[in-house]
Design a protein around this ligand. Sequence first.
Ligand code: C6P
Length: 410
Amino acid sequence: MNQSIDIASIRAQFPVLNEQVNGKPLVYFDNAATTQKPHSVINALQSYYQHDNANIHRSAHTLAARATEHFEATREMLKLFINAKESAECIFTKGVTESINLVAASYGKLVLKPGDEVLLTEMEHHSNLVPWQRICAETGAVLKFIPVESDGSIHLETALACINSKVKIVSMVWVSNALGTINPIQTIIETAHGIGAKVMIDAAQAASHFKIDVQALDCDFMALSSHKLYGPTGLGVLYGKRELLAAMPPYQSGGEMIKEVFLTHSTYNELPYKFEAGTPNIADVIAFKMALKFVSDIGHDSIASHENSLYHYLLNAINHASLKQLKLIGTSSNKIAVQSFEIESLHHFDVGLLLDASGIAVRTGHHCTQPLMRKFGIDGTVRASFAIYNTTDEIDYFIAALQKICHRIK
Ligand code: C6P
C-alpha cells in the first residue's frame, strides 16, 4: 500500500463517506459512474452562489467581473492539467457525451464523405458510438470496429491493421468503463496520423488515473467529464487542436457564440466561445477548479499507485476467498482499478441489491456498452470501481459480503 499518502485525511475531505446506508457505513465502489466530491468543491459551489452569482462575459458590474474571473481561472487550470497549448483549446460542455456529439456533428459532418471510414473499438461507451452511427448515416461514411479479445483487451497489431487510407477519424476510449482495460492509444494515434486521419480520445475513465498531456499524445480531440474527476456533474471538457476547432462550424447557436448578428446572417465568436452557446454552467465550472486542484495536489502517480494496490488486493482476496461462483469479466493485464464480474445463477441487479443491503454501492447493468456485453454473451455485470478514498478494509468487507451471497446459492 502506498505509504506516502494519508488516506484517512483524504477520506475526511469527503462528507458523503460518513453516510450510513441500510444501517451500515457506506462503502462506495461506484466511482467509474461518478466520484464523490470533496469539501473544497462543495464549498466553492456554495461560495459562488453566496458571494459572486452573476452571468459571465456580459456585464460591467463587480459580481459579473468576479464570476468571469473565477470561470476563466478554471479554464487556465485545465490548460495546465491536460497540457494544452492554449486555454482557448479547452471548451466547456455538459460532459463527455456532449463533447463527442460536438465533434461528430461539427468535425464529422465537415470532413466525412460517402465511403470514408470512422474507426472505433467494440468496447465504446454508447456516447462514443451512437453519435458516430448517426453522422455516418447522414454522410454515407462507414463505421468500422477494432475487435475486443476474450480478456477484454485489443491486440495492437489487429488495431493497426484496421487503420487504412479510407479511415478519416479514429474515435476510441482510452480506458474501458465496463472492463477497466487500458488501450494503447499512443501508437494508434501515431499510426492514424501517418495516414492523415484525426483521433478523438474518450478520456472519461482515464482522467483521474493518468497525467494527461495532450501535446505529448498528439491527439486531435479529447473528451473529459468533471464528475468522474471529483468535480460537479453536468460539466465536461472538449479539448481540440486550434486549427481543427477554428475550421469547424459551430455546434449550437445563440448567445455567446456570435461576434455580430444581423437579421439575415451572423459571424461567429473566437475560440473557445464559438462552441459555448448560451449561459454556461458557471457555478460548476468554478467549482471544477477545486476538483482539478484536489487531483493535482495528490498527484496522478500517487492516485494510480493507491488504486492499483487496491486492485491487486481485491484480486488476491477474490482468489483466497475461493468464490467459485464468481466469474471475472475483463481480465487484461493492463487495467485500472475497475472490475466487472458475474455470480453464477444470480442476476447482476439482484447482486447489486444484496450488496446495497450491506451498504456497498456498485454499479450493475450493461454500463452503456450493450455491444460489448453482447460480445461476452451477457446482458450486464456487477462492477466495482475504486477511487483514492477507498481502503483495503472496505475490500475485506466487500469480500465478506460476496462470500455470504455465494453461500446462499450453494
Ligand atoms: N460512464 C459509467 O458508469 P458522461 O455521462 O457524458 O459524463 O460520460 C459518458 C461516458 C463516456 N465514456 C466513458 C468511457 C464513460 O465511462 C462514460 C460514463 C458512466 O460507466 C456512466 S454510463
